[in-house]
Design a binder for this molecule. Sequence first.
Ligand code: AP5
Ligand code: MG
Length: 191
Amino acid sequence: MLNIVIFGAPGSGKGTQSQKLIEKYHLTHISTGDILRNEIEHHTKLGELANKYMTKGQLVPDSVVIDILDELFVHNPDSVGYIFDGFPRTLTQGEALDAMLVKRNTAINVVISLEVDDDHLTERLIKRGEISGRNDDTPETIKSRLQVYYQQTSPLKEYYAEQGKLVKIDGLGTVDDIFSRIEKVIDKRDY
Ligand code: AP5
Ligand code: MG
């Protein structure tokens, strides 16, 4: 199996690069953000709960997203591998993910961290907010999403670095340039 975590701040290109990774490696894409937005769209109880946090740019509680993930594994038992996009976001989620993978005799192979500075991140998200209207792409919510990233999520880099799995990639440039940097990392490893 090939299990990749695509890691990075809001707007760093996780979703964009995930699409290209799926095409090339036929992985199952797991984006907790997409799942939660789908719940909101369908007015479910889970969506109602998640929306309270997402509109403020805060994280949805660990137990909620960990349960979602556990269920996804059950429904995709034959996948050749997974790409985790926007999960894990806390150390608790990282440890839970490792435990879930161990139960299935597998593990994370590599963590690709897309490195983009705050000015570019903000610019990308504001631009998207103006066109597509994701309701957390407002200047105020973007600020809090970035704060939450640095406080609660970026410490995971250390967790994966200690396991020898963290690879930092320059997240600036064209989408194709960035993807070719990622491909090189994945293809040179012997999984
Ligand atoms: P989530 O949906 O994961 O959003 P995010 O991490 O804030 O990041 P984005 O999806 O906005 O950015 P991205 O890195 O995917 O970049 P993208 O490719 O879209 O989470 C949303 C919320 O859900 C969270 O705030 C939280 O509340 C909740 N949540 C989700 N998961 C959770 C979890 N595990 N635990 C708790 N809560 C959770 O690109 C961004 C923009 O830039 C696009 O417009 C794109 O076209 C553009 N772009 C991409 N690449 C380039 C490039 N190379 N050059 C120029 N522009 C580019
Ligand atoms: Mg995304």
